[in-house]
Design a protein around this ligand. Sequence first.
Ligand SMILES: [Zn+2]
Length: 257
Amino acid sequence: MPEPLILSVFLFGIVWGSFLNVCIHRLPLDENIVFPPSHCPHCNHNISWYDNIPLLGWVLLRGRCRHCRGGISFTYPLVELLAGLLAVQVALHFGLRWENLVLVVLGYAFIILTFIDFHHYILPDVITLPGMVLGILVAWSGWLAPPLADLHHALVGLLLGGGGLWAFAWLFQKITGKVGMGLGDVKLLGMIGAWMGWQSLPFTLFFSALAGSVVGITWMFMAGRDRSQPIPFGPYLAGAAWAYLFIGKDVYAWYLR
Ligand SMILES: [Zn+2]
């Protein structure tokens, strides 16, 4: 793919990244994502368009509000950067085709869920439930080839992903008397099953559990983190499912050999 085209896709991505930031910060508070326009969380001052330019705005302001000098979280440019890179990744791997935009939408839903879960320990229904429906619709439309699921695999994936994890969470709670997993995780795995079929579930569960344990244990040692504190699991589910899109087939082939 020619470089100017890659750059255009990247710019397209970071502009949408600004919108993802709005969703990440407003959805958990039940705020409108369109109105009011962007404003500083400290002094409420409206943010001018030139300070709101994706990536550059934050860098030029060195992470501080122009008016009150209050700190602006580095997660803003990070989300924009991720959104840009994700769009490029989809274009390079799956080709620059209109129907592949739905994969970018899926990736952006994963980004929103990841950052909200890290901050608030929730995975809002307003993302996961439409996510399930969209996954089934995409499967039904037959637009996208594997690793996206066909309708049959998508429906089984939705039931097994949502139902299976729900049963596991229920059992875990019965045995240990503790809430190990939120219903948000259950709905997210249902959404993943709806998009990528039941075949994606073993991969997603295995690698999310692996990554979650490694990070959780490291964190416990480094920061002396309290064991009883919740560890968000959504980011690992989303990350593992996203990896499945790109390397799932190869990993299964390697494992079966
Ligand atoms: Zn301010």
